[in-house]
Ligand binder design. Structure first.
Ligand code: CTP
Length: 436
């Protein structure tokens, strides 16, 4: 792949030398374009020695090579690390006042930006707006890591580790391996997340049975607000969804992870959309499903939400009258996804996988409930697990049965959530193979 490595003027520029090495050692051809202020931190000689390529001069040097046009046009992937607040602002504004921003404006390839700055700058509304805009345009902007910053302060703003940026870059490039063609940027490349704590030891280009496939995985429990401080929630930890995302990534898929409230970090390398309520999850899932091969609804979605949201904290009343909370139904997101897909006449794409958390009761056993649920929701696979206080929610060990329409046979899997996730992803891979 022809990679442009844009380097902004921040102390973290030194880490980009390691990133450059990871790219070149994997066989990619890398041209480094440092900004003028990046030169204050790392010199041209370092970039040229490590890349084996000349660092292009500014816009008005080597004019006959038309660098300001050519470099962006010819690139298969552009990675900007560190992306300073200033660089994010200039990119968002579409400015072209140096070679790097010219190249970004010319780019027809995927672009990933890895921000690094002080926490105050990262949290400034101007930076948040710039990041939002860039993500809306299909650019992958990583979340910065949290930790020690320049000087004595610490907080979010650290450049993610080079191996994390490398893994995210490979995912952004559509899992393209050395020299392979890359996909154009699209709506999938939003909000990529690199966990500040999870480290991706594997820095190989995406490969595996699911390379080139895009998964949407929802996880965690939705929270339905009652007032600014209270909500209706559930006991979902999001562990199973996170384990599924990890298993799908390990099998080479690109993963768009839609996380409601979770107790665990999303695995490094996913594209993250954080949501709170069922309605937000529905909007995110519907948008992401359009570009997906598979949608896995592992989230515990609240079936009901308060009919009214109080703008201020609900107070105890002096007259002793207690509030009555009226609930209204939330849409069934899984069922809608199936209906929307089938209405477009697409033949089973995306493949849709539901989960059923059942307790069973005197009337029926959990398998009969699950069969009815599979039929009612119309999904392609249904993963059944038994729940109850202390069972499954938050635990690391679990056991599931996987049901599919048209057969009484079920496939069982048990062990840690990671083991079970691998079994579910394997089953999905079989289904994908059978369908296409
Ligand atoms: N689900 C959904 N939208 C909802 C409720 C659930 O998309 N409003 C999805 C879940 O993500 C899961 C599946 O539907 O994949 C089944 O969830 P579950 O809570 O077991 O089923 P319910 O539809 O809530 O059925 P019931 O409460 O009748 O058991």
């Amino acid at each position: 792949m022809r990679i442009i490595l844009g380097v902004g003027g921040g102390i973290a520029a030194y880490k980009s030398a390691t990133l450059l090495r990871l790219f070149t050692e994997a066989g990619h051809s890398v041209t480094v374009i440092p900004t003028a202020s990046a030169g204050e931190f790392v010199g041209r000689a370092t970039w040229e020695a490590l890349s084996g390529q000349k660092v292009p001069e500014g816009i008005f040097d080597d004019v006959e090579k038309v660098n300001h046009v050519r470099l962006g046009q010819e690139a298969d992937l552009i990675v900007v690390a560190p992306a300073t607040a200033d660089l994010l602002a200039r990119a968002a504004a579409g400015m072209a006042n140096d070679l790097l921003t010219n190249t970004l404006l010319m780019a027809a390839c995927p672009v990933l930006m890895a921000p690094a700055m002080h926490t105050e700058m990262w949290r400034h509304p101007a930076t948040s707006a710039n990041v939002k805009l860039l993500r809306e345009r299909g650019i992958t902007v990583l979340e910065p890591a949290t930790g020690r910053l320049t000087g004595v302060d610490s907080g979010p703003g650290r450049l993610p580790e080079p191996d994390e940026i490398y893994a995210a870059a490979m995912n952004t490039a559509g899992g393209a391996s050395d020299g392979a063609a890359v996909t154009q940027p699209d709506a999938r490349q939003t909000a990529a997340f690199q966990s500040p704590v999870a480290h991706s030891a594997a820095v190989q280009p995406a490969a595996g049975p699911l390379a080139g496939r895009t998964f949407v995985i929802t996880a965690g429990g939705t929270r339905e607000p009652l007032d600014p401080v209270r909500y209706l929630g559930n006991r979902s930890s999001g562990k199973q969804g996170a384990a599924l995302a990890k298993a799908a990534l390990d099998a080479g898929a690109t993963v768009h992870f839609i996380a409601a409230h979770t107790e665990v970090e999303p695995p490094a390398g996913v594209e993250l959309t954080a949501v709170e309520t069922a309605l937000e999850l529905r909007e995110a899932a519907q948008a992401a499903a359009q570009a997906a091969d598979v949608v896995v609804m592992a989230a515990a979605v609240a079936d009901f939400r308060p009919a009214e949201l109080s703008g201020s904290k609900i107070k105890k009343r002096d007259d002793g009258e207690d509030p009555v909370i009226t609930l209204v139904r939330n849409p069934d997101i899984l069922q809608e996804l199936v209906q929307n897909r089938d209405a477009t006449g697409s033949t089973g794409v995306p493949l849709i996988v539901g989960f059923a958390a059942e307790t069973g009761d005197a009337e029926s056993d959990i398998l009969s409930y699950a069969r009815r649920k599979l039929e009612r929701k119309g999904c392609d696979l249904l993963v059944l697990n038994q729940v109850g206080t202390g069972v499954v929610f938050g635990q690391d060990e679990t056991s599931v049965q996987i049901l599919s329409p048209g057969t009484e046979d079920t496939e069982a899997a048990s062990g840690t959530k990671a083991d079970v996730a691998v079994a579910i992803i394997d089953r999905i891979a079989v289904e994908l193979k059978a369908q296409h």
